[in-house]
Design a protein around this ligand. Sequence first.
Ligand code: ME8
Length: 645
Amino acid sequence: MEKNTFYITTPIYYPSAQLHIGHALTTVMADTMTRYKKMQGFDTYFLTGSDEHGQKIERAAKAAGKEPIEYVDEIVKGFKHLWEKLLITNDDFIRTTEERHKSSVQQIFKKIYDQGDIYCSEYEGWYCTPCETFFTERQVGEEKVCPDCGRPVELVKEESYFFRMSKYQDRLLKHIEENPDFIQPVTRRNEMINFIKSGLEDLCISRTTFDWGIPVPINDKHVIYVWFDALSNYITALGYGTDHDEKYQKYWPADIHLVGKDIVRFHTIIWPTILMAADLPLPKQIYGHGWLLSDTGKMSKSKGNVVDPLVLIDKYGLDAIRYFLLREIPAGSDGYYSEDALIQRVNTDLANDYGNLVSRTVAMIEKYFSGVIPAPEVPGEHDEELISLAKEVAQEAKGYMDKLDFANALTSIWKLVNRANKYIDETMPWLLAKDEAKKGRLGTVLYNLVEAIRYVTLMIAPVMPTIPDKVWAQIGAVAEENKDWSDLVWGQTKQGQKVSKRDAIFPRIDIKEKQQGNKEEKPKVKKSKEEQKIEPQKEEITIEDFAKLDLRVAEVVACEKVEKTDKLLKLEVKLGDEVRTIVSGIAKHYTPEELVGKKIVMVANLKPAKLRGITSQGMILAASQGDVLEVISVDKDLPGGSRIK
Ligand code: ME8
C-alpha cells in the first residue's frame, strides 16, 4: 500500500546572524508544499531548525562578547518569531544543541565507527570557516580562496577522524542513476553526477582546534565536524536512536529535503553516504532551488545585501511576501528581488487582477441580486470557455505544485483570474442589468464568476494562507467545503448563498509613498464651495495647457463608503485593463449602488493623494452649484479608458 505520509525538511540555518528573505524563500516553499499535501489528505511532517555548532558560530559569539549558547539562544528566538509571522506550520524545530540531537548524533558516529567506516588519521589541508568545508590544495588554487564563496581559507593540520566516503562512490552513483527523482531539478543532478565521477575522497569528520561541537563519543579531544552533526538532524528530530522513534518509523525516509543550490553537494553526497554506512534508507528526493539575487548578486549575510523579511511583512503583509517569493523565482533557477518588483506584483496580480475580480463580482451580486447568489439558469456565449479553462487550470496547476514549480503553478492559476476578468468585459453584466428580460443571463454570469473565484481561492490557499477565509466570507462559502483540490468540481456554489462586501483583499500600494518610508501625504482635495455663486472664470490657458490633462472614461466597478466619514466614497474604476481606486467627497450626493456600473469622467494623470489612509489614484469630475452635485458621466457604450478630448 502506498504510504500516505509526507515528510519535508528545510536546511537548519546557522544562527550566526538573523535570517533574510533568501532563507524565507526556502521555508515558505516547504510550508506551501506541506499545506498543499495536507489539503490532499496526506499525513505531513515538516521540520526546520538551527545549526548551532562549529567554528563559524563560535567566532561570531566571541566577536559579540558572548558565550556561544547565549549568543545562539537570542538569534534562534528571532528565527522562531519570523516563522510565526510568516505562518509557517512546521511540526518541530530542531536545535543541534539539544540533548535529543547530540546523543543521537553520537550514536550514528559510533555505529559507523564500530562498523569500520570511520578511522583516525592526520588531516592536512584547507578549511573555509564561513562554509564549514574542507578543500584540497587543487580546489583552493594559488590564491588560497574558497572555491564556493571566494573568501580566504585557512591551513589546518590536525589529528582527525575520517569517514570512508570513497568506499560508497559507486553505490551512490548507481543510486543516483537508477533514481532519476533523487536529485532535482535535473541540472543539479547532472552537476552532482559529474562531481562524483571526478572521484570522492574520504571525509574529515572531526576537529580538535576548537570545542563548540558534539564530542566524538570515543575521544573527547575531538568534536564532530559540523556537517556530520547538522545533516543528522533530519533523523534525530524524529527520535532516531531513542526508545521513542515512532516518528522515525512513520516518516523516514524523507520525501523531500528542500535546500538552496549552495548545499546540494552536502545533501546528495555526504548525507546519503553516511546513511549507507549506517545502513539506513536514503531520502527520496533532494531538491535544490535557485538563489534570490539582489542587484549586487546573491543575497547573503556576508555581502551585507540582505533584506529583512520582518520589515517587508509589516509593510506589505505576509501573503503578499509569500506570493512574491513563489511567483518571482522560477523553479530551480535564480530570481531577483527588488521592492519595486514586489510592489508591482502586489498591485498587478493581487490588487488589480484577483482582488478586483472578487470585489467587482460581490458588488454586482449585491447591486443586482440584493446580495444573494443567483442560479445559473441561462447559459450563454463564453461560459464554456471559462468553465473548461477552470478545469484545465486545476489539473495543470496541480502538476506544477507536485514538482515544486510554484512560479508556473501561480502563472497557470492567474490564467483563470485573467480569463474571468475578460469574461466580465465580454458579458457586460451592467448592460444585462438594464434589461429585465436578461436577468436570468445576468444571474448565470455572476454565478460563473463566483465559481471561478472559488477555484482560484482554493488553489492559492497553500501559498497565501490568510486569503481564503477572507474570500469565503465575501462569497458566503463554507471554508470546510473548500479544502481539497479534488473538491474542485464546477457548480458547487449553492444558489441562495449570501455575499457580503468587505474591505479590499489587497489594497493597491502607492510605490512612491512606500519608498519614502511611508510618509503620509496630506490630502490634496479642495474644500467644496457650496455657498458660492457662479464662480468667475479662471485665467486663460493654451491648448497645450489643456492637453496636459489626461481625461478618461472610467467605469465604476465597485464603490463603498469610507469608514468613519460621511463625505467620502471609495470607488474602484476600470480604465481598460487597469483598475484604480479613487476617493471622492460625494457621499452626500450618491449612494455606492447608484455609482456602480456608471461610466464617469476622471482626471487620470493627477498625482495620487492619500485620503483617510486610502490612496486616491485620480479625480472624478462633477458639476456643482450650491447643494446640487452631479457626477459627469457618459451614456454611450464607450469602454473604460476611452480618452476625452
Ligand atoms: O547552509 N537565495 O545554513 P545557512 C535562496 N547550516 N536561498 C537562500 C539564500 C538566497 N540568497 N541565502 C540562503 C547552512 N538561502 C547550513 C545548512 S542543513 C543540514 C545545514 C537558504 O544559514 C538556502 O536554503 O547558510 C540555503 O541553502 C540556506 O538558506 C543556507 O542557510
